[in-house]
Design a protein around this ligand. Structure first.
Ligand SMILES: Nc1nc2c(ncn2[C@@H]2O[C@H](COP(=O)(O)OP(=O)(O)OP(=O)(O)O)[C@@H](O)[C@H]2O)c(=O)[nH]1
Length: 331
């Protein structure tokens, strides 16, 4: 639009107006190009606002075509608020209108190259302020809706990734994290470990204390798990009373030690259920996650060792290492 008006001014030999419009046009395109190439929006937004405000002040000063130039200043409020945000945009509008008032009213228009009646100038300012107010309301409600949508999508994303009862990562989120870790392992040729952990005789806990008490224990247990692992470790609720741990940068020895530590500490804890309390034990299967074994295989191995731990009497940690050791001692 600015380019068309610049061309029109050129045709009508209004060179000063034409060059102002075309210069502003170059600034707008420059800002757009800068934004596209750098993805930085602050600098081009400031540049566009300065160019636009200068052009509007020039239109007030010169009157544009048939003194209609000032009519374009209504562009300022929506553009300033959209590009600068509520506070910076409002500040820009304030600076602009202050300069416009100075330009129009100083010494009865001595700074102007044209003439406007006082009532036109006053109405121009009133209507500009009205448009500013409406643009502010519109931008404010747009921001509010945007924030609501952001909050909602964050909430849904959290719900999609976390278990509702314990707040731990759910199975899907854990699989995503394992895949990310697996890709990292394949690049670094490092290893990570998986611990598959199951509460022993949890059915009895439910039968003795009720399902709600079982839920309380699951929640308390999850909090203990979170406090027991390193910051980079991930704990997930893999199924009903089954939890899968991902321990990045761990080998079988360190993972076994971590699993043993978790098992021992949990076995010592009194889980409070109303006025009574109970203890629980865990069986844990440990496996390595490495580039020469698929994710499904690693999870399958952890599951196999968990089954072994259950078979061997529960309340224990089982891995390829401990199974091999057992074989040696029985042979
Ligand atoms: N309270 C509660 N119980 C659950 C939940 N998910 C699974 N369970 C219970 O967990 C119990 C699992 O029972 P089983 O698979 O027989 O295993 P177990 O009794 O723990 O015995 P082992 O695993 O062989 O030691 C069942 O009673 C399920 O109802 C849950 O979200 N809340």
């Amino acid at each position: 639009m600015t380019a068309i008006m610049g061309g029109n001014a050129l045709i009508h030999d209004n060179y000063l107006l034409a060059s102002s419009l075309l210069l502003a046009c170059i600034c707008f395109y420059g800002g757009h190009f800068y934004l596209k190439t750098t993805q930085h929006h602050k600098e081009p937004a400031t540049g566009v606002l300065i160019a636009l405000s200068s052009l509007m002040l020039y239109l007030i000063y010169s009157g544009g075509v048939d003194n209609t130039g000032p009519l374009w200043i209504y562009i300022i409020p929506p553009v300033a608020l959209f590009l600068g945000g509520l506070s910076v945009g409002l500040f820009n509008i304030f600076v602009f209108i202050s300069l416009a008032i100075l330009l129009m009213f100083y010494d009865n228009g001595a700074l102007l190259a044209t003439e406007y009646s006082v009532s036109f100038k006053l109405r121009l300012i009133y209507s500009f302020l009205t448009v500013t107010f409406l643009s502010y309301c519109y931008e404010y409600s747009r921001k509010l809706s945007l924030n609501n949508i952001k909050e909602l999508s964050e909430k849904f994303e959290k719900m999609a990734k976390h278990d509702a009862l314990t707040g731990l990562s759910n199975r899907r989120d854990m699989m995503d994290k394992i895949q990310i870790e697996y890709a990292r392992i394949s690049r670094s040729h490092n290893t990570a470990c998986l611990l598959l952990c199951d509460i022993d005789h949890f059915k009895q806990v439910n039968d003795n204390y009720g399902h709600e008490a079982g839920d309380i224990i699951l929640t308390q247990l999850s909090t203990h798990f979170k406090n027991m692992v390193r910051q980079q470790d991930v704990v997930s609720r893999w199924g009903g009373e089954e939890f899968l741990f991902l321990l990045p940068d761990a080998n079988l020895n360190s993972a076994e030690a971590a699993a043993e530590n978790i098992r021992e500490k949990i076995a010592d804890i009194q889980f409070k259920i109303g006025k009574s309390s109970t203890k629980i034990t865990l069986s844990i299967g440990v496996s390595t996650l490495s580039e020469n074994r698929s994710i499904t295989d690693s999870i399958g191995k952890a599951d196999k060792f968990l089954y072994k731990a259950k078979q061997n009497g529960r309340n224990q940690v089982c891995s390829s290492k401990s199974v091999a050791l057992n074989k040696n001692t029985t042979n």
